[in-house]
Design a protein around this ligand. Structure first.
Ligand SMILES: NC(=O)c1ccc[n+]([C@@H]2O[C@H](COP(=O)([O-])OP(=O)(O)OC[C@H]3O[C@@H](n4cnc5c(N)ncnc54)[C@H](O)[C@@H]3O)[C@@H](O)[C@H]2O)c1
Length: 335
């Protein structure tokens, strides 16, 4: 199989590419290596991927439509997996334009290429943040998600709507994946686990929002990758019997599907911190703060649909996953 992975120097794209490469698939990775976080971490991930003969990398910005078209015209992709995006809830408050560029214009360019080059399956990253103000848990893809609380979430919801219009108009099978707080080795420096670890090593205070009264459906990277890979061959089909009144919003008459990919069991933030302290053998100095704008209190994935079609069941719990992160961090940063 010939697969395009955008965002291949990113956290999830790196692990997905690595797994598919070890399964002997041909991967073309695209990333613009932007400096939202430490570029040397992105480059180090690419060094790992470069050791595979079946990997090729191109530094392309999704906003550069001409380069994307050239790439699609020169390759014949069996599947396109779009993970490149401006990630992060908090940064979308400081720098909204970055989200409009990568997540809206960039995603539109990917859709256009999929249309022009008749791609048989587009899988793309959405996010649990689309659940916004929803308070009914677990979060289900059957629920409406019309009340985002950050621009980041709004762009991810927009991606789902844009994908639906292309699935409907041009019959392009699209699968949108709502990831729930992904963590693990090689993880993102802007996310809590990385930041907490760095600060604990530096003997600095860690910021705990909403006085620790938050919970997240933390999902270990290997479980996310397994879920994505199982979905590659689950290509959505048209369903002429579907109606908006009788069908789930996660499905359609068009070849369109949305899934949650999460662990399915929320963990209290303070329990997560305790797991980290245990793995480090060090106690964190905590700075308790109020709720941050753009944040949600709880995330919890209903993963029943994903289980039905793929048999996917997450395997790694927080104690084990955090310990594996710490092991990687110590080795990578030599501390
Ligand atoms: N990690 C999570 O917990 C999580 C949760 C929900 C959704 N997601 C989504 O999953 C996807 C992957 O997330 P991640 O954690 O690997 O993030 P990441 O930031 O590590 O990876 C994204 C990669 O995309 C690249 N990129 C950004 N804009 C680009 C552009 N315009 N052109 C080309 N490359 C570009 C970045 O350089 C980066 O390497 C993103 O779409 C993100 O929004 C992640």
């Amino acid at each position: 199989m010939n697969v395009l992975i955008t965002g291949s120097a990113g956290f999830i794209g790196f692990f997905l590419a690595k797994k598919l490469l070890s399964n002997n698939e041909r991967i073309l990775g695209v990333d613009n290596l932007n400096d939202y976080y430490d570029v040397s971490l992105k480059k180090a991930r690419l060094v790992e991927l470069d050791s595979y003969d079946n990997f090729k990398f191109l530094n392309i910005n999704l906003c550069d439509k001409a380069s994307l078209i050239k790439l699609f015209s020169e390759s014949c992709f069996d599947c396109v997996i779009n993970l490149a995006a401006q990630a992060g809830v908090r940064y979308s408050i400081e720098n909204p334009s970055a989200y409009a560029d990568s997540n809206l214009i960039g995603f539109l360019n990917v859709l256009e290429c999929c249309r022009q080059f008749k791609i048989q399956h587009l899988i793309y990253a959405s996010s649990s943040s689309v659940y916004g103000l929803n308070s009914k848990t677990p979060f289900s893809t059957n629920d409406s998600v019309d009340h985002p609380v950050s621009l980041y979430a709004a762009t991810k919801k927009a991606n789902e709507l844009m994908a639906h219009s292309y699935s409907h108009l041009y019959n392009i099978p699209t699968t949108g994946l709502r990831f729930f707080t992904v963590y693990g080795p090689w993880g993102r420096p802007d996310m809590a686990l990385f930041k907490f670890t760095q600060k604990i090593f530096n003997n600095e205070l860690i910021d705990i929002y909403n006085n620790g009264n938050l919970s997240r459906d933390f999902t270990y990277i290997d479980d996310i990758v397994e879920g994505i890979i199982r979905l590659i061959d689950v290509v959505p089909e048209r369903n002429d019997h579907w109606t908006p009144e009788s069908g789930s919003p996660a499905t359609s008459s068009a070849p369109y599907r949305i899934y949650n990919i999460g662990n399915g069991s929320p963990v209290k933030l303070m329990d997560f911190v305790t797991a980290l302290e245990k793995a480090l053998g060090m106690e964190a100095k905590k700075n308790f703060l109020p709720m941050q704008p753009g944040d949600v209190y709880q995330t919890w994935a209903d993963t029943e649909d994903l289980f039905k079609v793929t048999g996917y069941q997450p395997k790694v719990n927080v104690e084990e996953g955090v310990a594996r992160f710490v092991e990687w961090y110590r080795k990578f940063y030599n501390c």
